[in-house]
Design a protein around this ligand. Sequence first.
Ligand SMILES: [Zn+2]
Length: 365
Amino acid sequence: MAGARRANKIDAHGGVVLAGSVDSHTHLVFPASRAAEYEQRISGATYEEIARRGGGILNSVRKLREMGATELKERARAKLAQFAAHGTTTLEAKSGYGLDWPSERRILLILRELARAQALEIVSTFLGAHVLPPEFRGGKKPADDYVELICREWLPHVAEENLAEFCDVFCDRGAFTVAQSRRILTAARACGLKLRVHAEQLERTGAARLAIQLHASSADHLEKLTAGDIRALANSDVTCTMLPGCCFHLGLAHYGPARKLIEAGAIVALATDFNPGTSPTLSMAVILSLACTQMRMTPAEAIAASTINAAYSLGRHESIGSLEVGKFADMAVFDVADYREIPYYFGVNHCVMTVKSGGVIYSRR
Ligand SMILES: [Zn+2]
């Protein structure tokens, strides 16, 4: 091609070059780690017990509401540089640690500013329905009032200010019911937002069926699927996003049924679920290792799941997610002799260079 004549040539020194990872599920903006709760869980407390004591997501909400926008943004910016250093070139990022309108909006504005101020592409998702905020707990106000607040006030603002492309709901035990989730997602779609659902993680609620009915782009987690759910997802266009980092970090024995979903013909994606409570990793290579070892995905299936399939769930499969003429040159170079060594050497970052839209954004050389 004529335009290629003046292009820079990059020597990959015999390494493996892949499409940059597309991390389609992260909670990028949060105020602090929850390492103390990590230790409590090791000592025997469950995730839900910690949440009942005011820990968990509400712990992050309390701290985020108190933290200034500059500090929050700088924390997220530092994490984005680490994502780039691990070969990720696009990531989805959700709100959901604000749970009041000024704080939710602040998170979405930080994401917009970061999308302009650094190299990684950020896809924004509004997750006002993460859990009930403290103001609606303990019988203070009915949960449905919060659902209506999201539907009647916040979602129209999100759309008006163009603050997010997607709306997500945590539809599970201890979060929002299927009926509440349906109400929120239907309102979000009417505002022009595309849909994602946290589904069937703690309990089988029917959230995956809801995702299918509403033509959501993605249903995420899916550890508790039934055989019927697997068939229904395989017959749908909903991407099944597996988040094995959560199962690992929570020390669970049961991982999502990725193998059964693939065999049934479903679209399976992988993401980090980067967040301070249940999956504090931003390394897609670690997720590949977990997918291969714990869910018996082949290395090639896992790489496809974390690139082109994840791009599909974000509606970007025609521009990113694979190395093809006509797509953006989003690439990661790994210092290994065989692509299978990326998950095989678990816990080691072999990414030595990351290229976004043709420009080198990270290099260890
Ligand atoms: Zn999540």
